[in-house]
Design a protein around this ligand. Structure first.
Ligand SMILES: [Fe+2]
Length: 414
């Protein structure tokens, strides 16, 4: 019996928890099976393709390893291969590929001498229709639950190109073991897809559980520059296909005492960013929600953003944080409306359960709030339509709706 089968049998017997290194080896098996006569480069772990501002022409590759290495990459179908240098800091490696062709399939691998990872798929964004997967609150006590949510989504929606987790990726942002468990669980969902993370409040806790700067999160993901020197990586924007996305930061309660000026920096950024955006759809991703369900009223986050989103005509805002799926439909001037911004709060992808009361503001809620299962959203965006499906891990459709643009918006003109 070879080693791979021995590991598979142990895992099938449910013994993975007793042999965490075997569970890790099994999860990283595909990455550690090189082609072309290379030996496995097993020091490479937790590979992710991180979003760049122009996802059509560039991609940032990141992974964990203590070894020097380089990236070999090529357009699929072309003979010539290219090599790119890697920067390494605190065992986190990073390499940004640039001048890529839009809507094209590339492959890359990480090499060190005679050792390499397997070839990995890299798909650059185009200008038109695409599918993405949205998760929130993957924080866990047992990351097998996040892994199950992510793996089910990957299996049902294999064509999804872009993945986001809208905050609280991990339970404690400065605990290394949490990041390792999160990445290992995300191996399948992040393989061959672009990842756009959003910071949540749990990324802003130290191991002593006091508020802390989000150093763990910022180390994990090298994100597009927002021009704000003091808040690099805290918020950012990017284009993908027919949509422009802005990932905002709602951690005022955690960060304001540690670093001042988050809201003014974001407002300055957001106004300028949306003024320059030229995609048919403008979508905001931010962790904390706009509603206080206990008091049945808009909350302090709504105070900071609702008027701004009205003014900038944001199409859809996705939030998380309360671990329950809610679709509030369109809201304009703090009132439910036939026009304005659609507000969707994602359910949880991890194992931390909260129960929030019903409210008349919701158009759609889970029918059994106490038993609400982990869920995720599949979003299909084209120039004319945005179609959302929210599914639980046990296959229930919680929501399904389509937004349309009244007229076609040629790029460069809204
Ligand atoms: Fe949260």
């Amino acid at each position: 019996m070879n080693r791979r089968w021995f590991i598979k049998i142990l895992l099938a017997l449910g013994l993975g928890a007793y042999f965490p290194s075997l569970a890790e080896a099994s999860r990283l098996d595909e990455l550690h099976t090189p082609q072309d006569g290379y030996q496995p480069l097993t020091s490479v772990k937790f590979l992710r393709q991180v979003i760049t501002r122009d996802s059509r022409t560039s991609r940032t590759l990141m992974w964990s390893s203590e070894e020097p290495s380089q990236v070999e990459w090529q357009l699929v179908g072309e003979e010539s291969a290219h090599f790119a240098a890697v920067t390494q800091r605190n065992s986190i490696c990073s390499c940004t590929l640039t001048n890529l062709k839009p809507a094209s399939l590339y492959r890359f691998r990480i090499t060190a001498g005679t050792r390499a990872t397997s070839w990995q798929k890299l798909l650059t964004a185009g200008d038109g229709a695409f599918q993405m997967l949205i998760f929130a609150d993957s924080q866990c006590e047992r990351y097998e639950v996040w892994q199950r949510t992510a793996d089910i989504a990957a299996e049902i929606f294999p064509e999804a190109e872009l993945v986001t987790v809208i905050g609280d990726l991990v339970d404690n942002g400065q605990a290394d073991y949490q990041w390792r468990a999160w990445h290992l669980a995300a191996t399948k969902i992040l393989s061959g897809r672009t990842f756009a993370p959003v910071m949540g409040n749990h990324e802003c806790y130290g191991v002593d559980w006091f508020n802390a700067l989000p150093t763990g999160y910022l180390e994990q993901f090298a994100l597009p520059d927002n021009g704000a020197k003091n808040f690099r990586g805290y918020f950012y924007s990017f284009d993908y296909g027919a949509a422009h996305f802005v990932a905002l930061n709602t951690q005022f309660a955690e960060l304001d005492a540690l670093k001042t000026g988050l809201q003014s920096a974001q407002e300055f950024f957001l106004r300028r960013d949306i003024a320059n955006a030229n995609r048919p759809w403008n979508v905001v991703l931010m962790h904390k929600d706009i509603y206080d369900y206990a008091q049945d009223t808009f909350n302090d986050i709504a105070e900071k953003f609702l008027e701004l989103f009205d003014e900038l005509a944001i199409d859809v805002v996705f939030t998380g944080h309360l671990h329950t799926y809610r679709n509030r439909g369109k809201i304009f001037a703090r009132t439910k409306s036939s026009h304005g911004t659609t507000y969707v709060m994602c359910g949880r992808a991890g194992d931390q359960r909260y129960v929030e009361p019903h409210s008349a503001i919701d158009d759609v809620t889970a029918s059994d709030l106490r038993g609400e299962a982990e869920s995720f959203i599949a979003l299909n965006i084209s120039a004319d339509e945005l179609h959302l499906t929210c599914r639980t891990v046990d296959g229930k459709i919680l929501d399904d709706f389509t937004l349309t643009k009244p007229t076609r918006h040629p790029y460069g003109q809204r």
